[in-house]
Design a protein around this ligand. Structure first.
Ligand SMILES: [Zn+2]
Length: 84
């Protein structure tokens, strides 16, 4: 069973893998944690709009709460970079 983790507990976390289930729920594999977790917003919802950002510097994972608009972002590690 996947554990719900509030965004306040994962601030600054390094995400090594992620996936979306049921179209909106965001599951994260976080470096140093053995199990996948489900990201929960401070409003209590688990309904995210997710995208990766590959630009200058480290790739990042950006998530916006569909319900209240809260934004979170994580450093992505080990994510495949787009081909140059
Ligand atoms: Zn929210």
């Amino acid at each position: 069973m996947v554990r719900d983790v509030p965004i306040s507990k994962v601030t600054g976390a390094v995400v090594t893998a992620w996936r979306v289930v049921d179209h909106v729920q965001l599951l994260l594999s976080i470096r140093g944690q053995p199990e996948e977790v489900r990201l929960q917003c401070k409003c209590g919802r688990c309904h995210w709009i997710v995208r990766e950002h590959h630009g200058d510097g480290a790739p990042r994972l950006l998530a916006t709460c569909h319900s209240c608009g809260t934004r979170v972002d994580f450093v992505l590690e080990g994510a495949p970079l787009p081909k140059a």
